[in-house]
Design a protein around this ligand. Structure first.
Ligand code: NAD
Length: 279
């Protein structure tokens, strides 16, 4: 059982987002990078938000430009209201509006409950949950101001929250992270309910185990990889491109009747693999 035996299937990107303007937070690495590139390849102009790695954000922007779309690199800490508002202003100044928000930025600061500091709890909640609230609020303000432009999209705007299988699966030693993702689930559903009459769609993607820096200890040795596969019935690790493709489709009019949904992209991780034999 190895990670190279089942490669990511090749797919030609479809131009399903032509003319749309997107913001992807945490777009300089991992899932955010793959999502920003996938949206760009699907025809959207993309704001690539970064927190610490401007150089890598510039590389992502260059890949998007090579695919024929425009890109703008904007540094902002998503947990800071003024920085989020400034990011949206810069996006609107450059591209005229925003049609798609992918609120992806997130982090982990793990510890057993009795060793977790208040600082660790607050840091994860402020980036993973408050950061998504701040970005979603600015996006909805812009979507409501502009309304539907039918030649661009049949929706006034689309928000995709990057959640996790841990909005469902409890995760010992990660109470701050699991609470942030459980919070995203109800935040997303509540916003979706509130803004559906404005033709604004709000959904989450719930990745399973995806090969990114956030969880490298879960896949960077063969032993760790094999152990991880016990949790993944589909028997391969997820690649960031798996999430990029899902995000491009979910943001497009092909998914127009979908709102308030949590889309699991997890190779079956939430299928209770421990029950496959017995139970
Ligand atoms: P990653 O560490 O590569 O990416 C996280 C990104 O968020 C980084 O670019 C980082 O700079 C950015 N970020 C952190 N704090 C920020 C802040 N205050 N402001 C703006 N940006 C900030 O890891 P990833 O796996 O690509 O994670 C992306 C998202 O996917 C996260 O929300 C994570 O919880 C979620 N996720 C990942 C996995 C996985 O297996 N990799 C599984 C489920 C969910």
């Amino acid at each position: 059982m190895t990670d190279v035996s089942i490669p990511l299937p090749k797919c030609q990107p479809l131009k399903i987002l032509t003319g749309q303007k997107a913001i992807v937070t945490g777009g300089s690495s991992g899932i955010g990078k793959a999502v920003a590139i996938a949206l760009g390849e699907a025809g959207a102009d993309v704001v690539v938000n970064y927190h610490s790695n401007e150089e890598e954000a510039n590389n992502v922007a260059q890949t998007i430009t090579s695919a024929g779309s425009q890109a703008l690199v904007v540094g902002a800490d998503v947990s800071q209201e003024d920085q989020v508002q400034s990011m949206f202003r810069q996006a609107i100044d450059k591209f005229g509006t925003v049609d798609i928000l992918v609120a992806n930025a997130g982090l982990q600061q793990d510890a057993p409950l009795d060793e977790m500091t208040l600082k660790q709890w607050e840091k994860v909640i402020s980036v993973n949950l408050t950061g998504q609230f701040l970005c979603a609020r600015e996006a909805v303000r812009e979507f409501k101001r502009r309304g539907v432009v039918e030649k661009v999209s049949c929706a006034a705007g689309k928000i995709i929250c990057m959640s996790s299988v841990h909005e469902i699966i409890p995760w010992a030693g990660h109470v701050n992270y699991a609470a942030s993702k459980g919070g995203i689930m109800q935040m997303m559903r509540t916003i979706a309910q509130e803004v559906a009459p404005f033709r604004i769609r709000v959904n989450s993607i719930c990745p399973g185990a995806i090969r990114t820096p956030i969880n490298s200890q879960a896949w960077n040795t063969q032993e760790a990889y094999n152990s991880l596969m016990k949790l993944v019935p589909y028997n391969r690790i997820g690649e960031p491109e798996d999430i990029g493709r899902a995000a491009a489709w979910l943001a497009s009019d092909q998914a127009d009747y979908i709102t308030g949904a949590s889309l699991l992209v997890d190779g079956g991780m939430c299928l209770y693999p421990g029950f496959a034999h017995g139970g």
